[in-house]
Design a binder for this molecule. Structure first.
Ligand code: PLP
Length: 388
């Protein structure tokens, strides 16, 4: 019999929510193209528009401001554009500013050349540095166009909640546009595009129980929009062409609806499990370093360093104990690269850190298994250290 597995890598991707699975199955049996005017087309359109309302509700936006994309990465590539449009008028963006702890989807810079982007430093604690934003934007050359700033609301490795409202005040004072990557925040903390002061939000279905391969770009208004990335048949009001992936959109909507309910209560319960795991880690190995403890963090994430244990070795050791967790961000190559987040924080990125990330279906038993594995791995590390 296959050994029972414990999945503690929700920030890489969350298990598919039952409601999302059901909605996808139902949508798969629809024949129509949502752009067709006949009854079959209208039925498909209905599914897409319902999901649009559900995603909008999750982030406090107007449904007409939600553009579905094939991933959050695609949404980022779309919105990180040197050219925006206000009606027929072109609006130039002079420079892109991104924090050093952004996900690669943002750090890659979208359609900006590397020399058109500035990296913003973060504090040692792992918070975006508001002074660095102020200094960079004060030096911005407005003749070249508007400044475009992209920041994440929750860091995918540390789980630290970033001071976006304060950053927005700075960006607005300098006449800039603010894009917020809310991929790891949506469904974990209350998110409102207006309250954040963001011009655009990026979300991804698969981090909140929806399917992989579907995301959205959410805008605060409709007057100023990035030049489309995917052109063609005019779907999504011309912002993203291509026949909609109805099943994925339906799954996204259902997951968003489920995660929009009782966000605080659900996440307090998840945080209690995470906190129990952290207390047990510190009891078993008091030298464990937990990043972001004491700072505002989402309740599902624990990013920790166990001295003497390389993150890569630790990840394999946990895997052998039947536990899936990760060494920082999931990397497409499957290799564990040095964490740019740790580097940006001035930490030892070569040794790295491990990330436990949980979710609504994580059980007490899952946490107990993690604690038992952690205790065994920490003890072995000590034995190895003594023998050396
Ligand atoms: N932004 C953050 C913070 C993420 O964690 C991820 C996924 O790992 C992405 C963007 C990219 O999302 P997607 O997988 O939908 O392209």
């Amino acid at each position: 019999m296959a050994r029972e597995r414990t999945y503690l890598d929700w920030n890489a991707t969350a298990p598919l929510h039952q409601g999302a699975r059901d909605a996808m199955f139902d949508a798969l049996s629809l024949t129509g193209n949502p752009s067709s005017v006949h009854a079959e087309g209208r039925a498909a359109r209905g599914v897409v528009e319902k999901a649009r309302r559900e995603v909008a509700t999750l982030v406090g936006a107007d449904p007409s401001h939600v553009t579905f994309t094939a991933s959050a990465t695609e949404a980022a590539s779309h919105v990180l554009s040197p050219v925006y449009r206000m009606g027929k008028a072109k609006i130039a963006i002079g420079r892109l500013y991104v924090s050093a702890i952004e996900h690669l989807a943002i750090r890659a810079g979208g359609r900006f050349a590397p020399d058109e982007a500035t990296e913003l430093t973060v504090t040692r604690a792992g918070l975006i540095d508001l002074d660095a934003i102020e200094v960079s934007l004060a030096a911005h050359d407005a003749k070249a166009g508007l400044p475009l700033v992209a920041l994440m609301l929750v860091n995918n490795e540390t789980g630290i909640i970033q001071p976006i409202r304060e950053a927005s005040a700075i960006v607005k004072r300098h006449g800039g546009l603010l894009i917020v990557d809310a991929v790891q925040a949506a469904g974990r903390i209350p998110v409102s595009i207006d309250a954040l002061g963001a011009d655009f939000l990026i979300v991804s279905a698969h981090k909140l129980g929806g399917p992989k391969g579907i995301g959205a770009l959410v805008s605060r208004g409709e007057t100023l929009m990035p030049e489309p990335l995917v052109r063609g048949g005019g779907q999504e009001k011309g912002h993203r062409a291509g026949t909609e992936n109805i099943a994925a959109i339906a799954g996204f909507g259902a997951a968003a609806r489920a995660m929009a309910e009782d966000v605080v209560g659900r996440n307090d319960a998840i945080a209690a499990l995470r906190d129990r795991a952290e207390a047990a880690m510190l009891a078993a190995a008091p030298d464990t370093l937990i990043y972001g403890r004491g700072l505002p963090r989402v309740g599902n994430t624990s990013f920790f360093h166990l001295p003497g244990l390389k993150a890569e070795t630790g990840q394999i050791a946990f895997d052998l104990e039947g536990i899936a967790l990760s060494a920082g961000a999931a990397c497409s190559s499957g290799k564990v690269g040095a964490s740019h987040v740790l580097t940006a924080m001035g930490e030892d990125a070569a040794t790295g850190a491990l990330r436990l990330s949980i979710g609504p279906t994580t059980t007490d038993q899952d946490v107990e298994r993690f604690i038992a594995a952690f205790t065994a791995i920490a003890a072995r590390r000590k034995l190895a250290g003594r023998a050396a």
